[in-house]
Design a protein around this ligand. Structure first.
Ligand SMILES: [Mg+2]
Length: 315
C-alpha cells in the first residue's frame, strides 16, 4: 500500500517529521526550518548544519572526486555564511558503496582538504559505513555574533543577491551531455556546478546589515518564497544578475536566461534583505519587500511570479 509519506515533497516530509520532535531546551533559539539551527552556548551563538551528497542524486561517479569533496564542504559553509557566521569544526560520515576505489577516496579527501584550507576551518572526526551508493555527509558547527534568520525581513527592505544566478543549472546540463570537449565558456559554467564557492567573503556584510538572509540552493524564486512567506515582494526581473557565459549558452540554445536565473538550483549565492545599501559590497539589488502578505511575489508590472525550484523527492 502506498503511504501518504510517499507522495510528500521534501518540505512537507520535513514538516511531518520535525512535528514529532518536541524540544524544550531554552538555549535553542531556532531549531528546524532555517539554513542552520541556532543555539546559545554561554556567550556564543552556535550555528549547526548538515548536508549530504548522494551518488546518482547530487553527483555522478564520473565527476572529478576532488570536485565532489570541494562541493561537500562548500554547500555546508554556504549555510553558515548565509547566517553571517564563521565555520569552526566539521564531522564527516561516509557511506561506501562496493567497488569504490581507494584512489577515488584519496582524491575526494584532497578536494575536501583544499576546501577546508580555503574556508579556514578543520575536519575533526567522522564515521564510515557501508551503503548501496556512495554517500557523503558533512556536519558543521559555526559561530555567529547575532541571529540572522531567513524569514525576518522588514517591509521596505531591499532584496539583494550576490554573484550571478542560473550558471549552475546550465553547467549541469552541459555536464550531463558528457561530451569529449567543451569550450572555455562552457567549462566555466560546468565549474560553477561542480565547484561552487560559498560566499564566506560576504558573511561580515550579512552579519552587519541583513534583516533576513539565506543561501540560494533550490533556486532564486523557490528560496525567495521561503524568505518572504509572511510578506509580499516585488522582483525586478530585468535586474537579476546574469553571467556572460549564461547569456551565450542561452543564445546558442534559444532558451531564456531569466528562467535559469529564477529557477536554477545550486548557485550557492546569498539572498539578503536589508534596509542598507549593499551594492558597494558586491550585491545586486533585485527587489523589495512591499507589504505583509502570504508570500506573493510580483514583477514590477504586477504579474505574479510562481516559484518552482527543484525538489529532490518529487523528481
Ligand atoms: Mg541553505
Amino acid at each position: 500500500m502506498e503511504r501518504k509519506e510517499d507522495k510528500l515533497g521534501e518540505f512537507e516530509l520535513i514538516e511531518l517529521l520535525t512535528g514529532e520532535i518536541k524540544n524544550s531546551d531554552s538555549s535553542i533559539l531556532r531549531d528546524f526550518g532555517d539554513d542552520t539551527a541556532f543555539v546559545r552556548y554561554g556567550k556564543e551563538i552556535l550555528l549547526l548544519t548538515v548536508d549530504t551528497l548522494v551518488e546518482g542524486v547530487h553527483f555522478l561517479r564520473r565527476y572529478p572526486p576532488s570536485a565532489v569533496g570541494w562541493k561537500l564542504v562548500s554547500v555546508n559553509v554556504s549555510d553558515i555564511a548565509s547566517k553571517g557566521g564563521k565555520p569552526l569544526w566539521g564531522l564527516i560520515t561516509l557511506a561506501l558503496s562496493p567497488r569504490v576505489e581507494i584512489e577515488y577516496l584519496r582524491e575526494l579527501y584532497r578536494g575536501i582538504n583544499s576546501a577546508l584550507k580555503h574556508y579556514g576551518f578543520s575536519l575533526v572526526g567522522g564515521n564510515t559505513t557501508k551503503g548501496d551508493k556512495l554517500c557523503l555527509d558533512l556536519s558543521l558547527i559555526g559561530v555567529a555574533r547575532r541571529v540572522v534568520y531567513r524569514d525576518t525581513p522588514k517591509v521596505g527592505d531591499k532584496i539583494y543577491v550576490s554573484g550571478t544566478l542560473g550558471d549552475s543549472k546550465a553547467g549541469l546540463e552541459l555536464l550531463l551531455e558528457n561530451r569529449k570537449s567543451y569550450t572555455h565558456w562552457e567549462q566555466r559554467l560546468i565549474e560553477k556546478h561542480l565547484k561552487p564557492k560559498a560566499r564566506l567573503d560576504l558573511a561580515q556584510a550579512v552579519e552587519k546589515f541583513a534583516n533576513a538572509s539565506m543561501d540560494i540552493s533550490d533556486g532564486f524564486l523557490a528560496d525567495l518564497r521561503k524568505m518572504v512567506k509572511n510578506y509580499s515582494a516585488v522582483v525586478y526581473t530585468d535586474k537579476l544578475p546574469l553571467s556572460e557565459e549564461l547569456e551565450i549558452f542561452c543564445q546558442h540554445r534559444g532558451c531564456n536566461p531569466l528562467l535559469y536565473a529564477l529557477e536554477g538550483g545550486e548557485d550557492y549565492q546569498l539572498l539578503v534583505c536589508s534596509d542598507k545599501e549593499l551594492t558597494p559590497y558586491g550585491f545586486s539589488l533585485v527587489g523589495e519587500i512591499t507589504a505583509e502578505g502570504k508570500g506573493e511575489i510580483y514583477t514590477p508590472d504586477g504579474r505574479k511570479l510562481e516559484a518552482k525550484g527543484f525538489d529532490h523527492l518529487k523528481s
